[in-house]
Ligand binder design. Structure first.
Ligand SMILES: Cc1cc2nc3c(=O)[nH]c(=O)nc-3n(C[C@H](O)[C@H](O)[C@H](O)COP(=O)(O)O)c2cc1C
Length: 262
């Protein structure tokens, strides 16, 4: 069993003992011989830090799908949102996790994602929400996304959620939205593209497009499941909880497995 823990560093301020949070994520391994903690970034902490000065602030036990030790420090990741409005919240949660793990996020919206108000929220409110999560202004135009590749601005692109519409365009080389421009621009430099598909026609009209993309270099898929096989027999939705791990493997050139889950 393992768990991630966050730590507090004891510091001396004007003779008074105080505490300062340090952003270190550790792993606790519960082995037969006891608990072993490892802090992958400890080497990067200030050298004056006295040994043994950490206090455990919280312990989070990990469930299946949680990613204990992912470190995206300094990774420049574009976070592209397309118009699967019902999955915005699930996608935004993963943007939070990527940022917390050190990623430098650039939010990108397709025109429809940026402009359509739905029962899942007002477009401008959702856009601001992701901008706050990412700590950067959103790119919402083709001309804004075009420099990603030529100027080498990003290391990897996530499209989460990715609609049937965007997947179809990507599969057929159509570039007429901010989202598809962002992908095309990244592929110019052979950078990895992670797709978190969400569509209720995945096993109908979109099946051939998803298949084409699965057989295309540089595309990686967040694992998919039939979310409601009885009510929506052709629907597939990415397991957003596995997005960070998919990104971690994609940047190393590996597709997370299994792609299809229950
Ligand atoms: C409320 C609402 C929910 C939608 N959910 C989805 C969805 O989950 N998956 C999908 O492929 N399209 C969905 N659509 C349709 C897309 O928004 C539409 O195809 C749009 O043209 C996508 O454009 P984009 O891919 O450029 O963002 C939804 C539309 C609305 C209004």
């Amino acid at each position: 069993m393992h768990a991630s823990i966050s730590l507090t560093k004891n510091i001396q301020a004007d003779g008074e003992q105080s505490r300062q949070a340090v952003y270190v994520r550790c792993c606790l391994f519960m082995m037969p011989q006891g608990v072993i903690a490892t802090a992958p970034h400890q080497a990067a902490l200030p050298p004056e830090l006295p040994a043994g000065s950490f206090l455990i602030r919280s312990v989070k036990f990990l469930k299946k799908g949680d990613s204990p030790m992912l470190d995206f420090t300094g990774q420049r990741i574009g976070f592209v949102v397309t118009g699967s409005f019902c999955t915005f919240s699930a996608a935004f949660e993963q943007a939070k996790k990527l940022r917390a793990a050190g990623a430098l996020l650039t939010p990108v919206f397709s025109e429809h994602a940026a402009e359509i108000n739905t029962r899942f929220g007002k477009a401008d409110v959702r856009l601001r929400e992701l901008e706050e999560i990412c700590g950067a202004p959103a790119i919402c135009t083709i001309s804004g996304a075009e420099p990603f590749g030529p100027k080498d601005l990003l290391d990897l692109l996530v499209v989460a959620p990715c609609t049937a519409n965007t997947a179809a365009k990507l599969a057929h080389g159509i570039t007429d939205t901010t989202a598809t421009m962002a992908v095309k621009s990244m592929l110019r430099r052979q950078k990895p593209i992670v797709l978190a598909i969400a569509t209720n026609d995945a096993l109908r009209a979109s099946a051939k497009n998803i298949g084409l993309l699965m057989n295309t270099k540089h595309f990686y898929f967040v694992p998919l499941r039939q979310d409601a096989p009885k009510e929506k027999p052709a629907s597939l939705v990415a397991d957003f909880d596995q997005l960070c791990e998919t990104v971690d493997l994609a940047r190393k050139g590996t597709q997370i497995q299994p792609i299809f889950i229950q």
